[in-house]
Design a protein around this ligand. Structure first.
Ligand SMILES: *Cc1c(COP(=O)(O)O)cnc(C)c1O
Length: 347
């Protein structure tokens, strides 16, 4: 086996979803965000496991992403689309039975003209200025929308990972002002919003990263594990260099393992200097540059010759790798790429 193995723990995934579900009241539905191929972990497998655990509503970013989710789920569970009803989406919305979250008057007109009676949701902008109807737009449309087959009204928080940020209450007030009295289920919170407490929960929550084992859900169990096969081991003399641009020089006679994975597998080049791989609990530092397909590691201190070394495990989490690369866990997971051998386990 010459490519790295990405093990996806579906039991940890569903346990995280249940834990997030348990943080909200019994009247609050916990949906699941499976956009970007289930944060890189496989939207079909992820959605099926979550549906078996009790999730009934799923969110994707664009209609094209919904095909794999619908195929995995079959008819029944609701699949909502954040980007709404774009031109060219009508057939997919109809055939895959999707619920577009309409973001503008144009989208609303397109939807009710193309698919009269077909369910939809509305996305409101409460200050993030990314997606959704502005207050004035919504005011003009509100009565018309409420007279149609509207299923959900949602908005999204810009700073939910910072509990004390004043933007949270500002957006909460704006959301209430725009939606109180509508009589339609409301959704406001992703993972961060769930952690902000009951004022933010409304009727439906939309966790993503917390289910997949990432911050800001600190109690999350890790879902993704990566192990890298050792392709070659070599001895280098003190003073010899390793890798592109000679960035690492052996200070003593050293044993170097070359493992299979690199920045083409989402192991960003920038994380090199602070990142380790592990033989069980023993850390081995990455030395030299991370290349496209290979990483070099100092294994001088290991008692035996490893066949594989772990990159993502109990010691080194997705968020630690993200820190090492100057990014966030979301970006690490969604850039893992297609080359891994993917194993799904549920124990
Ligand atoms: C991605 C996304 C979510 C999920 O966010 P997490 O931080 O991963 O929980 C929820 N709602 C919207 C609108 C999103 O774009």
């Amino acid at each position: 086996m010459a490519t790295a193995t990405l093990t996806i723990d579906l039991a940890a995934l569903t346990e995280n979803w249940r834990a997030l579900d348990a943080m909200t009241g019994s009247g609050v539905e916990t949906a699941a965000v499976v956009k970007a191929n289930g944060y890189g972990l496989g939207s079909g497998r992820v959605a099926r496991a979550l549906a078996a655990a009790g999730a009934r509503r799923f969110f994707v970013a664009a209609c094209e992403e919904a095909a794999a989710v619908r195929e995995a789920l079959g008819p029944g569970p609701e699949i909502c689309v954040f980007s709404g009803h774009m031109s060219g989406d009508t057939d997919m919305i109809h055939d895959l039975q999707l619920v577009p979250m309409l973001n503008s008057i144009d989208q609303m007109l397109r939807h009710v003209e193309a698919l009269p009676g077909h369910p939809f949701g509305v996305q409101l902008d409460t200050g993030m200025n990314r997606l959704g109807m502005e207050p004035a737009e919504w005011a003009a449309l509100r009565e018309i929308a409420l007279a149609q087959n509207i299923q959900l009204i949602m908005s999204h928080l810009a700073c939910a990972d910072e509990p004390d940020h004043p933007m949270n209450t500002q957006q909460l007030l704006a959301f209430r002002e725009m939606t109180d009295g509508c009589g339609v289920p409301r959704s406001f919170s992703a993972t961060g919003g769930i952690l902000l407490g009951p004022d933010y929960h409304f009727d439906v929550t939309r966790p993503g990263i917390g289910m997949y084992g990432g911050l800001p859900f600190e109690q999350a169990r890790a879902v993704a594990h990566i192990s890298l096969p050792v392709v070659q081991i070599r001895e280098v003399e003190a003073g010899e260099t390793v890798g592109y641009s000679n960035t690492w020089t052996a200070a003593r006679p050293s044993r170097i393992a070359t493992v299979s994975a690199g920045y083409a597998d989402g192991i960003h080049r920038a994380m090199g200097p602070k990142t380790f791989v592990y033989q069980g609990d023993v850390a081995c530092p990455v030395v030299g540059r991370i290349s496209m397909d290979l990483i070099t590691v100092d294994v001088t201190h290991l008692a035996d010759t490893p066949k594989e070394l772990d990159l993502l495990n109990a010691h080194q989490t997705v968020d630690m790798l993200a820190d090492n690369a100057g990014t966030i866990g979301y970006e690490i997971l969604t850039s893992l790429g297609a080359r891994y051998r993917r194993r799904y386990v549920s124990a």
